[in-house]
Design a binder for this molecule. Structure first.
Ligand SMILES: [Zn+2]
Length: 63
């Protein structure tokens, strides 16, 4: 189980996918959704909305 490199929270599959999508596809360390929102200067809701969009496009980084 991967942990967020900033806050130590356990990461879901979609959180890892979001990090790859928004930060760097080749990353081996990841932010949770909260820390990703902090890093990107957006809200968690905006990240959720983006994840939904990517899912609908058939992106395999998300379930
Ligand atoms: Zn975190």
């Amino acid at each position: 189980m991967s942990l967020c490199i900033r806050c130590g929270s356990p990461l879901s599959y979609n959180e890892i996918g979001a990090h790859k999508k928004f930060i760097n596809r080749g990353s081996r360390q990841f932010f949770c959704k909260d820390c990703l929102a902090w890093k990107l200067g957006v809200t968690v809701q905006e990240i959720d909305r983006k994840i939904e969009e990517f899912k609908q496009q058939g992106c395999t980084l998300f379930v």
